[in-house]
Design a binder for this molecule. Sequence first.
Ligand SMILES: [Zn+2]
Length: 174
Amino acid sequence: MKRLWTPWRMAYIKAPKDKPNGCVFCAKIKAAREHDRDNLVLFRGRHSFIALNLYPYTNGHIMVMPYQHTSNLELLDGATLKEMMLLVGDSIRALRLVANPQGFNVGMNLGKVAGAGVEEHIHIHVVPRWGGDTDFMAVTADVRKIPEMLPETFDSLAEALKQVRRAVRKKRKR
Ligand SMILES: [Zn+2]
């Protein structure tokens, strides 16, 4: 993937990494559900959950994560792995509804050397892509709008996910 022009990520790079209260992803889940919007938690499943990335590469950058705090993908059980992939699918459907991307980057960075920002708690990135999005973002110089758009993006994606989940439930009942 071409490196995107993402100046707001400096806030993340400069933020202290040794948080006294532990893992940032576990903190999202331990918090009460009423704080899900503040914590950018879009959906809670049985074994895993969907959240918007606070330091996105593009608008609509989603992460699917297990509840289990682990840096080892190979330690997750089958039910968790299956649900995570289903939630990746739901995320793609929701992004299609909201933003009509032309493609997606879906993947994981395992370990710091592989580029993981939070290496102690694995997560699958779902990044929507549009043709020429790197150039577009660099040229318009309006990239700083993306983090400001997080609450708006959250609301439309949360609504789209509800639609997607309803459709999935209906299909399973048939
Ligand atoms: Zn964790």
